[in-house]
Design a protein around this ligand. Structure first.
Ligand code: ADP
Length: 399
């Protein structure tokens, strides 16, 4: 089957057309600046050159139309017509407590996603627009939604409740949800597969270290804790997000700088993390490693603080699971940045990880970093959220 995977943001749309039989990516691309001046599309057929062009996209429906045009284009297309797309899989960020797994789209599901928009005001409405646009252009084509939060719905109450008056959980569903669930699920499954073991027999800590970053504790096949919370701001220090901090900072900073709470949270989301810590040097870890090598002390400190926080979470999740068998690194930084992995390695050696420095230099591929016989197997497992969404879509269709 040919599955179109859509990841719709407020002004962007990422897509991949995946052949679910071979799991090959037939084409992929990105529409940017939808609804803004200068909208453009970058489209790449498998084995072909990437083509980038400016194109008028006043809304997401126009973007989906353009994606279909590219996919069926005689030159850069990979299918003859729209009818070759068997199903669409959508990434949706927040499923709240209503969705503990992927589902096929119907009106009830759409209402359910709408109801969670309060919890992800930037993401869910954009995801819904993507679904609506596809429905308009591909009527009758089955669609599935895969939630970032769903995998973490197995967290026990003790992990997901905040130390706040219980009535706020009851009234507003304020609790920890966690994100990157599709990736944590995919990577923990794949890690077990690589080791020739059943995930149900392992305690796995997955470190999804990208621009956004989170750690999860996957005990015997289920997520039992994860570092992101009500929103993706909690947890690790990230590219531009602060991660954990004393909530009293919000009112303190608001008062000092003459801001309101929303403005301070905006700073915590967009100007903090390693970008903020490095004095604005960069949010990109490649730049930071280079800057640190060139003697930029703030960039070096930012990397140290970042790695230290990851190390602390690994320690915490080892405690949460009463031990750990596997630590898996994934996403842009986790897969590719050996220097950052070395820094994190300083805080996990006591577990018996025995990381081989030579193997740790590899990037972007599945590799077991630990020496044979290590007590805790440390590995790199590249994530593939699009493939996971395509697989889920096929699974739901075959049910
Ligand atoms: P997002 O959360 O936006 O999906 P990614 O998972 O792509 O982010 O991670 C982005 C980070 O990954 C950047 O800081 C970048 O430095 C790092 N990264 C991505 N690819 C590479 C690479 N090939 N080598 C080194 N670092 C990389």
């Amino acid at each position: 089957m040919k599955i179109l995977v859509i990841n719709c943001g407020s002004s962007s749309l990422k897509y991949q057309l995946i052949d679910s039989d071979t799991e090959a990516v037939l084409a992929k691309g990105l529409c940017e600046r939808i609804g803004i001046d200068g909208s453009n599309i970058a489209h790449q057929p498998a084995g072909g050159e990437k083509v980038k062009e400016m194109a008028d996209m006043p809304d997401h429906t126009a973007a989906v139309k353009l994606v279909i045009e590219k996919l069926t284009d005689p030159k850069v297309g990979v299918i003859g017509s729209l009818s070759e797309i068997d199903a669409v899989g959508h990434r949706v960020v927040h499923g709240g407590e209503s969705f503990s797994g992927s589902v096929l789209v119907d009106e009830e599901v759409i209402k359910g996603i709408e109801a969670c928009s309060d919890l992800a005001p930037l993401h869910n409405p954009a995801n819904l627009i993507g679904i609506r646009s596809c429905q308009a252009i591909m009527p009758g084509v089955p669609m599935a939604v895969v939630f970032d939060t769903a995998f973490h719905q197995t967290m026990p109450e003790k992990a997901y409740l905040y130390g706040l008056p219980y009535e706020y959980y009851q009234k507003y569903k304020i609790r920890r949800y966690g994100f990157h669930g599709t990736s944590h699920d995919f990577v923990s499954k794949r890690a077990a597969e690589i080791l020739g073991k059943d995930r149900k027999d392992l305690r796995i800590i997955v470190c999804h270290l990208g621009n956004g970053a989170s750690v999860s504790a996957v005990a015997y096949g289920k997520s039992v804790d994860t570092s992101m919370g009500l929103t993706p701001l909690e947890g690790l220090i990230m590219g531009t997000r602060s991660g954990d901090m004393d909530p009293a900072i919000v009112s303190f900073l608001a008062q000092k700088e003459g801001l309101d709470a929303a403005q301070v949270i905006d700073i915590c989301n967009k100007k903090s993390g390693v970008l903020g810590l490095s004095g604005g040097a960069s949010s990109d870890f490649r730049d930071l490693v280079d800057a640190a090598k060139d003697g930029n002390a703030l960039a070096k400190n930012a990397l140290e603080a970042y790695a230290y926080r990851v190390g602390k979470y690994i320690g915490a999740y080892t405690a949460a699971m009463n031990g750990v068998d596997v630590i898996a690194f994934t996403a842009g930084v986790g897969e590719n940045n050996a220097e950052v992995r070395v820094l994190i390695g300083q805080y996990i050696g006591y577990l018996g990880t025995n990381i081989d420095p030579e193997k740790n230099k590899l990037r972007g591929e599945e590799v077991i970093l630990s020496d044979e016989g290590a007590k805790v197997v440390t590995m790199v497992v590249p994530t593939n959220e699009e493939l996971a969404i395509a697989r889920e879509t096929v699974r739901l269709l075959n049910q």
